[in-house]
Write a protein that binds this ligand. Structure first.
Ligand code: AMP
Length: 113
């Protein structure tokens, strides 16, 4: 068994986080180190998929749910417009290998992720 990911531990209530979205299978939280005025994370509660490519292949409905949740969060937090980022691979900046979407907004610069 591999170690649980930080997002699994947040979903299990073992690590505190500021929740902004929750459904049966998806959790949304504020990023602990925001890189934009609005920087939220969305991820499946279960760590079945390491990245968005695996998620798209394995459970496209869950990926669609993440995207719908991103729009809902953008409507609530950034006036409906947002940047959706899935870092995929360590060289692309991925540090947590449990698929997650960064929802960024509220005055973005080119350097926001
Ligand atoms: P990535 O670099 O794309 O894998 O994104 C991982 C993100 O998770 C980073 O933006 C981190 O700031 C964020 N992060 C890591 N640990 C926590 C935590 N305990 N609570 C909220 N966000 C976190």
């Amino acid at each position: 068994m591999s170690e649980p990911t930080v997002f699994e531990r947040i979903a299990a209530g073992e690590i505190p986080a500021t929740k902004v979205f929750e459904s049966d299978r998806v959790l949304g939280i504020r990023d602990i180190a925001p890189k934009a005025p609005v920087h939220l994370l969305l991820f499946p509660k279960a760590a079945d998929y390491a990245n968005v490519t695996e998620l798209a292949a394995g459970d496209p409905a869950l990926l669609a749910e993440l995207v719908a949740a991103a729009q809902q969060l953008a409507d609530e937090h950034t006036g409906g417009q947002y940047r959706l980022v899935f870092n995929t691979g360590a060289e692309a900046g991925q540090t947590v290998f449990h698929v997650h979407a960064h929802v960024l907004g509220g005055g973005l610069t080119e350097a926001s992720l």
